[in-house]
Design a binder for this molecule. Structure first.
Ligand SMILES: [Fe+2]
Length: 285
């Protein structure tokens, strides 16, 4: 019988779960233990894993229906035939310089995965294969705490509002909400959400994808969003993960957003990503 330990990683969020071999099928009890840990701590790290592609999909499937890629098959750098449930986050390139994976290089601003869809992914499972000597860290913000830290007047004035989320493949620039959005992935979400499992309220905006608060002038929206982003990105509510090969991270996409720090483009960074499907976001009451 393996003993399981759970050690918090910071005051903001995160826990390390040790004593699990994610390559083996999970029983119901272990599945619920892991799920409870990620809902309590928002991000859990399972270190020292040795997972092939099939085993990662099997592990992910224990927690829900695996999410599928949104990018058209023909446009995926991994190739048309690659598993529809898996994204390679990779900066490797072929001899012509074409990226062999998605999200290849450099810094990426804070975002919630797939928040521009009516039913964003519920959780993401990212496994590290190759990691640069420095940088390429993933920063996670606790969005329950972001909500709690809002001034009361903003909690009141923004209650019931919706925000426009847009993603047009930028990593450190936002799409123009007044631009031509035909063919660009976008949609609106509640600005304050009620987490489906925990029932807690979380702020649901991020610097990369939240382009506008609906129903107010654009200049007012931009001023308020700037204030919200600075609250979301306060160091006191952030945990920054320095990856090691073999780390498997699970993060909750309702109660956190995440960003990537810059890293040398001449070093290899390769991770394998799966998600599980989520439900329609609930507005906080
Ligand atoms: Fe992401």
């Amino acid at each position: 019988m393996t003993s399981l330990t759970c050690n918090p990683l910071s005051d903001a969020l995160g826990a390390s779960l040790e004593g699990i071999n994610a390559a083996l099928p999970l029983d119901t009890e272990m599945t619920e233990t892991i799920r409870d840990a990620w809902q309590k701590h928002i991000v859990v790290v399972l270190p020292n894993q040795d997972l092939n592609h099939r085993q990662q999909v099997q592990f992910t499937s224990a927690f829900g229906i695996p999410g599928t890629r949104s990018r058209d098959k023909q446009k995926r750098p991994e190739g048309e035939e690659f598993d529809n449930a898996v994204m390679m986050v990779s900066n490797l390139r072929d001899s012509q310089g074409n990226a062999l994976g998605s999200l290849p290089d450099g810094e990426m601003w804070f975002h919630h995965d797939s928040c521009y869809y009516p039913k964003p992914d519920a959780a993401t499972f990212l496994y590290a294969l190759e990691i640069p000597s420095k940088g390429g860290n993933t920063r996670f913000a606790n969005m329950y705490k972001a909500y709690e830290n809002l001034p009361n007047d903003l909690k009141t004035s923004l209650k019931g509002r919706r925000v426009l989320q847009i993603y047009n493949y930028g990593t450190i620039e936002k799409a123009d909400p007044d631009g031509d959005l035909r063919g660009v992935r976008h949609g609106t979400q509640p600005i304050f959400i009620r987490h489906r499992e925990t029932g807690r309220t979380a702020l649901y905006v991020n610097r990369l994808m939240t382009a506008r608060i609906e129903g107010i002038p654009r200049s007012d929206s931009e001023a308020i969003l700037d204030e919200l982003f600075s609250i979301c990105e306060s160091p006191s509510i952030i945990y920054e993960h320095q990856w090691k090969p073999g780390d498997l991270l699970i993060w909750d996409n309702q109660s956190s957003c995440h960003a990537r720090t810059d890293f040398p483009n001449n070093e290899r960074r390769v991770l394998r990503r799966c998600t599980i499907k989520g439900e329609k976001m609930l507005a906080a009451c």
